[in-house]
Design a protein. Structure first.
Length: 274
């Protein structure tokens, strides 16, 4: 058998298209974009309006782009933005700004979160911590349900983040690693949380726009973030496949107006802005 040669990626206007031939076998689900767009239906057969997911490290511009793209697209057809994260990071930073005890509480919560997200050789957290983490996943599921309801009513969605079931931890996946050991009740919570994320990930977005930045750019935009954590996210985001959804890489280190124009043009080319 001859040596396999990886087909080149397609480059347009400063961004790189991941063609179906460049995706791993598990991601090669649809032979064409038209077939992928036929996925716009729920498990019950109800047609769903398009959804474009913006993903990337903190500081890549997801929230700003979701807001501005929604404003632009809403002039043409009903469009809404949806934040599909848990908000735990921003919550911790707001707590840290409280007078007197804020810093102490933030450090305590950060320590708990770090232990909970430790490597696969570590045990699952105790029941109180696990319940809090599970509760945040329920919040995310509620937001996701609202997003699906919008799509069922013909409203297009630009999502800031998107849940994935491939990797547990801080990367929009399950908070509790189901492969780790813990008390029987916490292990049961971890399995239940995994199922919740699998259910959400089954609703594949029509298009995933992956916003790429380097760690220095991310820190310049998010000076209150931890460098090591940002580096971990930068290393992990490119590995996520979002159940085989079509993924486009965009250089988000460029000036914001250029990135906004690039993403908007891309959405038009993909027939999602019409």
């Amino acid at each position: 058998m001859g040596a396999f040669r990886k087909p080149p990626c397609v480059h347009q206007n400063g961004y790189r298209l991941m063609t179906l031939s460049t995706l791993p076998p598990a991601a090669k689900t649809y032979p064409s974009l038209d077939a992928a767009l036929d996925q716009r239906r729920s498990h019950g057969g109800t047609a769903l309006a398009p959804c474009v997911a913006l993903v990337g490290c903190d500081g890549s511009g997801k929230s700003s782009l979701a807001r501005d793209l929604t404003a632009m697209l809403d002039r043409e057809a009903p469009t809404r933005s949806m934040y599909l994260g848990t908000g735990t990071g921003d919550l911790g930073r707001r707590i840290g700004q409280l007078p007197l005890i804020g810093g102490l509480v933030e450090r305590f919560l950060s320590t708990k979160a770090s232990k909970a997200h430790a490597g696969s050789d570590k045990r699952l957290p105790g029941l109180p911590t696990a319940l809090v983490m599970f509760a945040f996943s329920l919040v995310r599921r509620r937001r996701f349900a609202r997003m699906l309801d919008l799509r069922r009513h013909g409203i297009r969605v630009v999502s800031d983040r998107y849940p994935q079931a491939e990797l547990p931890g801080r990367f929009d996946g399950p908070s509790l690693a189901w492969t780790r050991r813990g008390s029987a009740l916490v292990e049961r919570l971890a399995r239940r949380e995994r199922d919740i994320y699998r259910d959400m990930a089954a609703y594949r977005p029509d298009l995933v726009i992956r916003l790429n930045v380097d760690v220095d750019t991310a820190l310049a935009r998010k000076a209150d973030h931890d460098r090591e954590l940002l580096q971990s996210k930068l290393a992990t985001v490119p590995t996520l496949r979002f159940a085989g959804a079509r993924i486009v890489d965009v250089d988000a280190t460029r000036p914001y107006p250029e990135v906004l124009a690039t993403v908007h043009d891309l959405m038009r080319q993909e027939a999602l802005a019409a």
